[in-house]
Design a protein around this ligand. Structure first.
Ligand SMILES: [Zn+2]
Length: 295
């Protein structure tokens, strides 16, 4: 599905612009605008892991070539009925691409109110933010914000969460083991280990989606770090951790379909549902992280 939306769709639009540009000048302007708006929306809001983050830059080069090629072809004067249909179609795509782009840009601003300032939760390396930001288009975590269902209530605390994946030097998913670090000094209040990557998750459980995890209380906030590799957890409830202390290895346990670290800040939840506390936006090394950011 991702390949279809982020690879075939933009390539089809670029081929269209390069080889079958609208014959009418106005229609061609709208075609160029619509193509650019879709590329921008995909660039800003897309999940660029496979294909990797630099793919949209290739699209921009192809776009420049397509526009240049298209403008060299002759245009036909006068606006025919078919041209109006094309103009309408491309105006629609422009609007859609513009809306997606603006949502992705607005998502870069943290919600107002308190914010948790944290240190890096991962050892030095290359990372890609797969999910994060203040709009649902770039962070599916926000689906729990309305608290309309029991499931959403149990996981309310994760609503401003961030997912981080490890990359190799080409921007593709890294396979080597990555250390997860305590992002603040505090005390471990809960933890779990023993879930294998990809094993089925009991969706009715208030904690199972996190897989192997550590919940660390730092001052007034609880910080959840989740989806650790089975057997990698090095801390237990009651342990004091210092900022930067290795606590586990990045993994794919719990509700996770690619190896990543989930991190979020919240007010403490209940004993029965520890991730049900009030969600708190965070900054990591001073940055409010949004999908597409690289660390
Ligand atoms: Zn997450």
């Amino acid at each position: 599905m991702l390949w279809l939306i982020q690879l075939l769709f933009p390539l089809a639009l670029l081929l269209w612009l390069a080889f079958l540009p609208a014959r009418n000048m106005l229609a061609r302007i709208f075609q160029s605008l619509g193509t650019a708006a879709i590329l921008l929306g995909l660039h800003l809001a897309g999940l660029w892991i496979t294909p990797p983050w630099w793919t949209p830059w290739i699209y921009w080069v192809l776009f420049a070539i397509a526009v240049w090629r298209g403008w060299r072809m002759q245009t036909r004067p006068g606006v025919a009925a078919a041209d109006y249909a094309l103009i309408l179609f491309w105006a629609g795509l422009s609007g859609f691409g513009g809306w997606v782009s603006s949502e992705a840009l607005v998502a870069r601003t943290a919600p107002p109110g308190e914010i948790a300032d944290l240190a890096a939760p991962l050892a030095a390396g290359r990372y890609y933010v797969a999910s994060g930001g203040s709009r649902e288009i770039v962070s599916s975590h926000l689906r729990t914000l309305p608290r309309a269902t029991i499931g959403q209530q149990n996981y309310w605390g994760q609503s401003y969460g961030v997912d981080i994946t490890a990359m190799n030097q080409w921007g593709l998913t890294a396979s080597e083991s990555t250390a997860v670090l305590a992002p603040c000094a505090g005390r471990v209040v809960r933890s779990h280990d023993g879930d294998a990557d990809g094993s089925p998750v009991d969706l009715s459980s208030p904690t199972a989606r996190a897989g192997n995890y550590a919940l660390i209380r730092c001052g007034q906030f609880d910080i959840l770090l989740a989806h650790f590799r089975k057997g990698s957890l090095r801390v237990a409830p009651g342990d004091l951790v210092r900022e930067g202390q290795p606590i586990a290895a990045l993994g794919n346990s719990g509700a996770s379909d690619l190896p990543h670290l989930h991190i979020h800040a919240q007010r403490p939840g209940t004993q029965a549902a520890p991730f049900s506390g009030k969600p708190v936006p965070m900054r990591i090394n001073g940055r409010f992280l949004v999908r597409g950011d690289r660390l």
